[in-house]
Design a protein around this ligand. Structure first.
Ligand SMILES: [Zn+2]
Length: 328
């Protein structure tokens, strides 16, 4: 079970409702994307399914048969549907799940369906769900996890009890980053998450990209030309990540500029490199210039051994944009 950071109040309330058998059968968890609503839904589901009778502990006992099946993703009485995205659940998927939900629980306890990104559900899908929400079987629970309740028909909203989840605080995000084993918690990374937008998994992927960019910039500073060439090839080819990677590159270079501002040689290098990184974003994203070439030039300008070339009048050097667009 993933550790959940934050949302203490909502989790306590849900836990008590489950323990006292007062939990409504249709729930909406709403709040920004990526703050852990689905984790809370799973925590609640595991508690509801746990074999411990009476006051089952928050998130379940973790050791009974039910909890173990839940952890391995093989519990027969929990159903997850993911809406939205290209692989999003179809109306047929909804019907299949509702049919399963209408059967008696296999394990003799409760049945739970978690609908993720439920605000992406189609009108037909919503109407299909509506019937089950109106006439729920005993001991069945529907948890609709979403960010934008206004996209759901009011007929559904009125059938569900809503729980609101707040954006995470900067401290909570730091805690999550620490838990996920990401080294050197970067202020920039925390800002990137902004208490909301990035899901934690994408935060993890971003942190790997972040590390990669920082390593390459460090190698570039030391004049590692093979590393520069390799990175330019790889980054230039990974088109879907280009925008993000170039933003990391710019931020990394800016951080280096700030960190070395008492060293005029370094300032000269990073100053030019930063201008190039800004140009690189414009050239590749707006003007569709070959990204490999642009990244190569930008990384080459991070090379410390070239510092003396630009030390005196770094501003007089043409920008990357001027060089590439004018064919110089
Ligand atoms: Zn248990």
């Amino acid at each position: 079970m993933s550790t959940i950071i934050g949302h203490t109040k909502q989790r306590k309330e849900l836990c008590e409702l489950a323990q006292t058998d007062k939990l409504p059968s249709a729930l909406i968890f709403s709040g920004l994307n990526g703050i852990g609503k689905n984790l809370v839904a799973r925590e609640l589901a595991r508690q509801l399914l746990c074999d411990v009778r009476g006051e089952s502990p928050q998130g379940g006992c973790g050791t009974c048969r039910s909890c173990r099946l839940f952890e391995t993703g093989t519990h027969p009485d929990i159903h997850n549907l993911q809406f939205g995205g290209e692989e999003g659940a179809t109306v047929d998927d909804v019907r299949t799940t509702l049919e399963k939900m209408s059967l008696k629980p296999f394990m003799g306890g409760k049945k739970i369906a978690i609908f993720n990104d439920a605000d992406e559900i189609s009108i037909v899908g919503a109407n299909t769900i509506l019937k089950s929400l109106e006439e729920p079987r005993p001991d069945t629970y529907f948890i609709l996890v979403l960010s934008n309740p206004s996209r759901l028909p009011t007929t559904i909203l009125s059938r569900c009890q809503r729980f609101f989840f707040d954006r995470l605080t900067a401290d909570e995000i730091r805690e999550i980053i620490a838990l996920k084993g990401i080294k050197e918690i970067s202020e920039a990374l925390t800002l990137l998450a902004d208490g909301s937008a990035a899901s934690l998994d994408s935060l993890q992927a971003q942190s790997e990209m972040w590390e990669d960019v920082r390593n390459v910039v460090e190698r570039a500073w030391m004049g590692d030309q093979p590393c520069i060439a390799r990175a330019a090839q790889e980054w230039g080819a990974a088109k879907t990540q280009l925008k993000e990677r170039l933003a990391f590159l710019r931020t990394t270079i800016r951080q280096r500029l700030l960190a070395t501002r008492t060293d005029p040689n370094a300032v000269a290098v990073w100053g030019v490199a930063l201008q190039n990184a800004l140009d690189a974003e414009y050239l590749t994203l707006e003007r569709h210039v070959n990204p490999t070439l642009v990244i190569l030039k930008t990384l080459q300008s991070c090379d410390n051994s070239l510092a003396s070339t630009y030390r005196i009048t770094p501003r007089s050097r043409p920008s990357l944009g001027e060089m590439l667009l004018d064919g110089r």
